[in-house]
Design a protein around this ligand. Structure first.
Ligand SMILES: [Zn+2]
Length: 222
């Protein structure tokens, strides 16, 4: 990335999980000024919001928490309906899927970026591990970038540093950013609300821990 970007401001879509925390460190490495936005929408665990707030304050970053609780009115699903189990539907899309969630999040992130004067929006979406989520695909992000620019007559740039990485490569990136142990210990990815390495049993833990083991093995430190 060119040096000139270092003088610009970035807004990171931030959940306090592994991916968005990696994006936060990526943003800190590349941009002069970084702010975070977290969407509150009836997550299974209030702990998620607390984790995000703690990381933001430890990193000394301005943190915007936006209320998106209307999402739970739109779709009963395993992320917001606490009585449901998390599993894959027959069509291979996990039942944690909230239709158009990322479309909505990026729209609000764009509106906030406009207000705070941030040209860059960074999001941890990824095609590699979550191909079941259509609004995490690269083609959607490009379309969204164009729509944001047209809607506000701006030239925002959406960055997706994790788009083509698998979990092993995401851990490698966090290591390059000198943040592997911070991310391993301070983030929450587990669907059962267990910090750090998590419950070890839910799909999010499987993905995260398998990638971490693969990375540590490849590095020869396991
Ligand atoms: Zn878990």
């Amino acid at each position: 990335m060119s040096e000139t970007l270092k003088n610009e401001k970035a807004l990171v879509v931030f959940s306090g999980g592994q991916d968005s925390t990696t994006c936060m460190f990526y943003a800190k490495a590349h941009f002069k000024e970084v702010e975070l936005v977290t969407f509150q929408y009836g997550q299974r665990h209030d702990l998620e919001i607390e984790v995000a707030k703690n990381i933001a304050s430890e990193q000394g970053l301005k943190h915007h928490v936006l209320d998106m609780s209307l999402l739970s009115q739109l779709s009963p699903n395993a992320l917001t309906d606490h009585s449901m189990q998390i599993e894959d539907n027959e069509d291979g899309v996990p039942n944690t899927f909230v239709p158009a969630r990322n479309l909505l999040f990026l729209s609000f992130a764009g509106a906030l970026a406009y207000q705070i004067g941030a040209k860059h929006i960074i999001t941890g979406v990824c095609e590699t591990d979550f191909s079941g989520y259509p609004d995490c695909r690269d083609s959607f992000i490009k379309s969204m970038n164009l729509s944001l620019n047209l809607s506000m007559d701006k030239d925002f740039v959406i960055h997706t540093p994790l788009m083509w990485l698998n979990k092993k490569e995401t851990w490698a990136l966090s290591d390059e950013l000198d943040a592997l142990s911070y991310i391993r210990n301070k983030t929450l990815t587990c669907y059962n609300g267990v910090m750090s390495d998590g419950c070890g049993e839910c799909p999010a833990c499987h993905l995260r821990n398998q990638g971490l083991q693969q990375y540590l093995e490849s590095k020869g430190s396991l």
